[in-house]
Design a protein around this ligand. Structure first.
Ligand code: SF4
Length: 358
């Protein structure tokens, strides 16, 4: 059985040698041996928060083609950035991204900070993202600890304490592994290993460069690490959404408040989302008087902290209908340009599929 000291001595060289042969080709990565562009590293790391590399790729390409550097992103209109982000989820990231770009392009004169501590002072940059940027873009000896890294480290050392209590031990182990040379490649190698080899349900230990000294593998059941306390079930909130279409095809929408869940995004008017939502009161919250029909299906969506079920009411109104305060009609051809979050896209899609609405 390998000792922690022997694991520490062997892990980084083994992971880096594996990375040189098997690294993923991702659009934000610098070619081997070249320095990474801090703008691309920062942009990709913000997009990758809670999101897979596959989902991020098209958004990353779109962003760097619209805004090739941080100065151009800082000059973009906030709504334009939100629209470009629409569909990627966790929209506070887009607001923070834009706020951060303005600080870097303005007070920081276009220069990204290079240390974890300075990076963490910027909007939207937490401990993981600061460490990842410091290591990848600036070659700092920083340990970027995300879900992938937690899994690999918990298995490598067969850490029996459950999460989240085990975090401090995992952090200490991870920090002790980061090599003085190539810390950025080491961070990306651990990410790749977690994504491609040491996967959550069935780790491919036979392909893993750490197998010879991995304590989780030696235990015979590596997949049981990291140990977790069972999560509490997500609470269900309910609410109503109203799809009001004018005779000329325009649809009634409004913009959510800047702060809070889905801040600044576009939505169909609706009720608040409550655990004890009363369907009998749903129609009383309709934005305009009209003859509503209820959509045959409810729309389910899962947020991080709760599940949402929306009933949808659909109405046709006259072309002369005015939008109530806080709402606006958007022409059908312009709906696609609105920054609808995924839940609202689901509602609109369901209405379009239903008979009698289009
Ligand atoms: Fe994960 Fe298996 Fe590699 Fe250990 S040997 S790090 S359990 S893939």
């Amino acid at each position: 059985m390998a000792s922690p000291e022997s694991i520490r001595a062997q892990a980084a060289p083994a992971i880096l040698a594996w990375y040189d042969r098997h690294r993923r080709d991702l659009p934000w990565r610098a070619p081997p041996g070249e320095s990474a562009d801090p703008y691309r590293v920062w942009l990709s790391e913000i997009m990758l928060q809670q999101t897979t590399a596959a989902a991020v790729k098209p958004y990353f390409r779109d962003f760097v083609s619209r805004w090739p550097d941080v100065g151009l992103l800082a000059k973009a209109a906030g709504e334009e950035v939100m629209r470009a982000w629409a569909g990627l989820g966790y929209y506070s990231r887009a607001r923070n991204l834009h706020a951060c770009a303005k600080i870097i392009a303005g007070p920081l004169k276009g220069v990204f900070p290079s240390t974890e501590a300075a990076l963490r002072r910027l909007p939207g940059i937490g401990p993981y993202t600061a460490a990842a940027i410091a290591a990848i873009a600036f070659g700092q000896r920083a340990a970027a600890i995300d879900g992938n890294v937690i899994r690999v480290l918990a298995r490598l050392y067969a850490i029996a304490a459950p999460l989240p209590a085990a975090r401090s031990e995992i952090k200490a182990r991870a920090e002790s592994l980061v090599p003085a040379k190539r810390p950025g490649d080491f961070a990306q190698a651990l990410m790749d290993l977690g994504a491609m080899v040491c996967t959550p349900k069935s780790p491919c230990c036979g392909l893993c460069p750490l197998q010879a000294f991995c304590l989780g593998h030696a235990s015979g059941r590596p997949e049981r690490f990291p140990c977790k306390v069972p999560p509490l079930p997500r609470p269900l909130r309910r609410g109503a959404a109203f799809y009001v279409r004018r005779a000329d095809g325009a649809v009634l929408v409004r913009t959510r408040p800047e702060k809070g869940l889905l801040g600044g995004m576009t939505e169909l008017p609706g009720s608040s989302w409550e655990r004890d939502y009363d369907p009998a009161l749903g129609l009383k919250q309709a934005p305009v008087e009209a003859s509503y029909r209820k959509l045959g299906q409810e729309i389910d969506h899962v947020f991080t902290h709760f599940a949402l079920r929306l009933e949808v009411h659909v109405a046709e109104v006259a072309a002369s209908q005015r939008a109530p305060d806080g709402c606006r009609f958007v022409a059908a051809r312009d709906l696609g340009k609105e920054a609808f979050p995924s839940v609202m896209r689901k509602v609109i899609e369901a209405v379009r599929r239903s008979s009698g609405a289009g």
